[in-house]
Ligand binder design. Structure first.
Ligand SMILES: NC(=O)c1ccc[n+]([C@@H]2O[C@H](COP(=O)([O-])OP(=O)(O)OC[C@H]3O[C@@H](n4cnc5c(N)ncnc54)[C@H](O)[C@@H]3O)[C@@H](O)[C@H]2O)c1
Length: 466
């Protein structure tokens, strides 16, 4: 066993107040055990099984997605336990785990009151309940697969990073886009030097109107105090990607944005409080909640209490009569923005912009380098029927890069990133993964940019130094 070493290229091993340790070439004693031992000892807390074991804290939509993927990766993972106040959701994970010894708990607290029972705990509770269970799980000796956003403030995130360091644990943030074919290819092109020096990046995210209403008006992330601001809740993915591709610390941020549409004054005349109240706009309103029973049924699966049971239409309509997702989108208590712009300046001298809007669909990226420019993402795909277009400045040559299409039955969530993350997880925990690793030490930058952007937006777009 070699010893842990501090990152050689970072002064005093500290990145923005977060201690950094690399384990790229070394395994800890515990990980060595996990590779070669097949026994498991709950008492001494060190010996792991040859598979990595998972405990799921929160068995909601994300937990079920990752559980399904983990169990499809033959032999890599076993799921030991699940906790959620909604029993049907724990049952869904239990069923996926195919583990006769699976342990069910009715809350994170109940699970965390037990001694450590797995290698990794997945924290998939809502944004306002990541910090407490994450902290306790680290203290118990778990590595963490922690949903983004890591916590509700930078101080909390720094504290988690400190605790992870103290207990020699890893925190892998679920920045799934890093693990997609698309962003991996873009990163590869940048690292090859083909674009030259990166001068600016332009990123755009269209959330999609129904998705926006589902998640950020009616849904879990509609009120920032109860979750996180939009630019964190949704766009921490984008700020993470920008920071990863830029490869230079961000030094200042400014941002503007507001709710321009999803408010009472935009309600069409005569709109009822709930879509189930006989609203006269049922047939024309994009946001008609009754669409959860027809063409938007896939969104229902993420929020309906029982993810397994077959749902009858009338049952869903009755549920919409009382559920937050049945409310008119113009008459909710939402306070998060439906459009926002962020302007970033980096220590390298480069700059980047990120635009987020509810009223478009998909992500598009443009990177301008000294040798070539790169365009990619959904808008490029629509226009050129390819994934990435690179234009060389000297010769004016254009290269199109078309990525393989996912095969039938493959996991396509987040452009394949959900599958990519879980496939990479073992390597990240063992310290053998490549540069994509979304460990807290690097991915905290995304949160710093996001929280600074929100600070700027709330103060009318002032420049916030980081
Ligand atoms: N990485 C991504 O791309 C991505 C995508 C969507 C959501 N997220 C994040 O993942 C997290 C979960 O999102 P989701 O869509 O799965 O939400 P969800 O509401 O489906 O899941 C959260 C679960 O936590 C459970 N829960 C509530 N209180 C609990 C407690 N005390 N103990 C245990 N469980 C409890 C809820 O019952 C629910 O089942 C959020 O933080 C969200 O922002 C990340």
């Amino acid at each position: 066993m070699a010893e842990l070493v501090d990152a050689p290229d970072l002064k005093s091993g500290v990145l923005r107040g977060v201690p950094v340790r690399f384990r790229s070439v070394v395994f800890s004693l515990e990980i060595s055990y996990s590779l070669f031992s097949t026994s498991y000892n709950h008492l001494n807390n060190t010996i792991m099984s040859s598979k990595l074991s998972l405990a799921m804290c929160g068995c909601g939509s994300r937990a079920r997605t990752y559980s399904n993927i983990a169990m499809d990766l033959d032999g890599q993972f076993e799921i030991i336990a699940g906790a959620d106040p909604i029993p049907a959701r724990v049952d869904a994970v239990r069923e996926t785990s195919n583990n006769p010894n699976f342990q069910s708990f009715s809350s994170a607290q109940d699970l965390l009151d037990q001694p450590k029972m797995a290698d990794i705990m997945f924290i998939g509770t809502q944004d306002n309940y990541h910090f407490e269970p994450a902290k306790k799980a680290l203290e118990l000796g778990y590595h963490l697969l922690l949903e983004k956003p890591a916590a509700q403030s930078i101080d909390e995130i720094k504290e988690l990073a400190e605790i992870a360091k103290k207990y020699d644990r890893k925190i892998v943030l679920c920045f799934v886009l890093r693990y997609t074919d698309f962003y991996s290819k873009v990163k590869e092109v940048i690292d090859s030097g083909r674009l030259g020096e990166i001068i600016s990046i332009r990123a755009h995210e269209g959330v999609e109107p129904f998705h926006h209403a589902h998640s950020f008006v009616r849904g879990h992330w509609g009120k920032s105090a109860e979750s996180t601001p939009m630019i964190i809740a949704k766009c921490s993915h984008d700020t993470d990607i920008i920071s990863w591709l830029m490869g230079s610390p961000c030094k200042s941020v400014s941002s503007v944005g507001s709710i321009s549409h999803f408010s009472e004054q935009h309600a069409p005349e005569g709109a009822t409080d709930r879509c189930t109240d006989g609203c006269p706009h049922t047939d024309t309103c994009t946001y008609n909640a009754l669409r959860y029973t027809t063409d938007r049924e896939s969104w229902l699966r993420m929020i309906y209490p029982d993810p397994i049971k077959k749902r009858e239409t009338q049952e869903v309509v009755d549920w919409l009569k009382v559920s937050p997702w049945g409310r008119c989108v113009y008459k909710c208590d939402n306070d998060v923005v439906d459009h926002q712009q962020v302007l970033m300046e980096f220590e390298s001298g480069a700059s980047a912009t990120l635009s987020m809007t509810a009223f478009d669909s998909g992500r598009t990226l443009e990177i301008y380098g000294t040798k070539a420019s790169l365009r990619g993402g959904d808008a490029i795909k629509q226009q050129f029927e390819t994934d990435i277009v690179i234009r060389d400045h000297y010769a004016g040559e254009i290269e199109k890069i078309t990525l393989p299409k996912p095969e039938e039955g493959e996991y396509t969530g987040h452009g394949g990133g959900d599958h990519g993350l879980i496939s990479a997880l073992s390597g990240i925990i063992h310290g053998t993964a490549g540069s994509a690793s979304s460990l807290i030490e690097t991915s905290i930058e995304s949160h710093i940019i996001g929280f600074s952007a929100e600070e700027s937006r709330l103060q009318g777009g002032i420049q916030v130094s980081i």
